[in-house]
Ligand binder design. Structure first.
Ligand code: GLC
Length: 438
């Protein structure tokens, strides 16, 4: 290798190392957070239609859909109450729709034709007081921003059946100026997280994904960006389906509705129960991800009671089990424990989430560490463990049985903590038989 190439190679590897470290540092709070609350608030809550898709899919005309803005009052809205409730749920961050695919901005933007300050009877910039209330609770702020704006006169797509134009670079340039202008403006709220959506309609080049990413990181080097920027983001965002397998990549977040709708949709009553939400949550934690659980407030600014009840129920559980949630990392592979589990950041405490009532002792296989102490999280009561089947001639660690008294069980998901001697070590031989080659 010539000296020039060697120098170039060294520079590149130094640079990429620097970037890795930066990403890790930027992502740290996110990786530890585990729970966020998503908020879909917009004019669609006035008639309880589906957010933006109602006109795109032709269920109502665009004119009728947009008329909903006349009913958006936010008259009973208390950003402080929202922030308090979000905090009570145990969430560490929130992501609010600042503009959905319908193009209505929730803040008093200088760009575009429709926002809540200038065009709705609410006559308010909603993001300013919300971000203040969120910060006062010590929570991180995320801004959802739809790259798509189906209402903007210079955006090519209007509805599923109607396009404004196919190729018109000067019209698309007008749209781009508007979009980039709004994204830059959002910087005044100092978002910790930018949550883009709708990237599927254009290429990275057309969206100017690289420029957007650079613009954000220039104004706030600590900001993090979700993946829906044509791959120029920091973490994956599976939607609705709880992943069967741990998604690829270190950072991910499942966004999930409580019923089947993102926004307020009173006829949709298929709510998950508190218990079901908690069990989904532990599934997500056990795979090392975050849950971004959605609420859809009403146009007057109140949150539907079913949603309040879920946030409070979740809050009861997260408060009791906080040590087994925040900062935890993905747990044991399924072959070792028949359930969900996580490990503390320092890898010395194993958390077993029991999402059903055991009929006998709880079993962990293949754990090479000795257990220093076992207890039920939230009760601080020690419980007994027993290792059976540990044979002197075999390297297999035997079977670890944990005795869980019924009176210590949680009404939703009981969590057992196992404090280990040293960092977790798992036995992974195919068979416990010692051979000559061992
Ligand atoms: C989808 C939908 C959108 C919703 C979002 C939330 O991209 O288009 O309506 O806001 O998912 O993840």
């Amino acid at each position: 290798m010539s000296k020039v190439y060697l120098l170039l190679f060294l520079c590149i590897s130094l640079l990429s190392n620097a970037q890795d470290i930066t990403k890790e540092q930027r992502m740290q709070w996110f990786e530890d957070a585990k729970l966020g609350i998503f908020i879909h608030w917009g004019i669609y809550s006035v008639n309880g239609t589906s957010e933006s898709w109602a006109f795109y899919n032709g269920h109502v005309s665009h004119t009728d859909y947009m008329k909903q803005i006349e009913g958006f009052t936010a008259e009973k809205w208390s950003p402080v109450n929202w922030a308090t409730l979000i905090k009570e749920s145990g969430a560490q961050y929130t992501v609010i729709t600042t503009k959905h695919h319908d193009g209505v901005a929730l803040w008093g933007t200088k760009f575009g034709n429709s926002n809540m300050l200038h065009n709705s009877p609410a006559k308010r910039d909603l993001i300013t007081p919300f971000s203040k209330a969120i910060r006062e609770q010590g929570l991180k702020l995320g801004v959802y921003y739809s790259l798509i704006d189906w209402s903007y006169p210079d955006y090519p797509n209007f509805t599923r059946k109607q396009k404004r134009y196919e190729n018109d670079s000067s019209r698309f340039a007008k749209f781009t100026k508007y979009n980039l202008g709004q994204i830059k403006e959002l910087g005044k709220f100092k978002p910790d997280l930018y949550w883009f959506d709708g990237d599927w309609e254009q290429s990275a080049e057309r969206w100017k994904a690289i420029e957007i990413r650079e613009m954000i990181l220039e104004s706030n080097p600590n900001a993090i960006i979700n993946s829906r920027l044509r791959g120029y983001g920091d973490y994956a965002t599976p939607e609705q389906g709880v992943p069967i397998h741990k998604p690829n990549g270190r950072y991910w977040e499942l966004c999930l509705t409580m019923n089947d709708s993102w926004g307020y949709y009173p006829t949709d009553t298929s709510y998950k129960s508190v218990n079901q939400v908690i069990r989904i949550f532990v599934d997500v934690i056990s795979k090392g991800g975050n849950l971004l659980l959605d609420i859809g407030p009403k146009a007057d600014g109140t949150i539907p009671e079913e949603q309040v009840a879920i946030l409070k129920g979740l809050g009861r559980w997260t408060k009791k089990h906080k040590e087994a949630i925040y900062g935890s990392r993905a747990g044991l592979p399924a072959d070792y424990f028949n359930g969900y589990s996580a490990i503390s950041k320092d890898s010395t405490t194993l958390y077993l989430y029991l999402d059903n009532q055991p009929t006998g002792e709880v079993l962990v296989k293949g754990l090479l560490n000795k257990v220093k102490r076992a207890y039920v999280v939230g009760s601080a009561k020690e419980i007994s463990t027993q290792v059976l089947g540990k044979l002197s001639w075999s390297k297999a660690p035997g079977l670890l049985y944990i005795n869980l008294p019924e009176n210590l069980q949680d009404q939703d998901v009981t969590v057992i903590a196992l404090e280990l001697e040293g960092t977790v070590k798992l036995y992974n031989q195919i068979s416990g038989v010692q051979t000559d080659s061992d």
